[in-house]
Design a protein around this ligand. Structure first.
Ligand SMILES: [Zn+2]
Length: 116
């Protein structure tokens, strides 16, 4: 276990996980708020909303996984190389499952959500 304020980390992860469950509401607001007669604007709003949902959903999944790791005691250790993750990375991105080195070497499809 690393020397960070775990209570604060856990609270942040729970907040992120809960934010992910509110996604349908966000989607409705973004899409439903547009003028239905303006298709171009509607499509753009929908694209933005879908991207928002994608990022929030990914982050929520990562936060839930991090909470699982907190529960089973493996939190704070890189999933790839099993090196302790730097405390400042945990504080900046508590949902991060990998150390900065493995994160940079891995595929970057979730880079927006996990960038620290
Ligand atoms: Zn690593």
């Amino acid at each position: 276990m690393v020397d960070v304020e775990m209570t604060a980390v856990k609270a942040r992860l729970e907040e992120l996980a809960n934010a992910g469950s509110d996604v349908p509401e966000v989607l409705r607001e973004r899409i439903g708020g547009g003028n239905p007669t303006n298709l171009a604007q509607g499509r753009e709003a929908q694209a933005v909303a879908l991207e928002t949902v994608r990022v929030m959903h990914t982050l929520a999944q990562q936060a839930l996984a991090a909470l699982d790791r907190l529960a089973d005691g493996s939190f704070g250790v890189c999933l790839e190389c099993e090196t302790p993750i730097a405390p400042k990375r945990i504080i900046a991105a508590p949902w991060a499952a990998r150390c900065i080195h493995c994160q940079e070497e891995g595929h970057s499809s979730h880079s927006m959500a996990v960038a620290a």
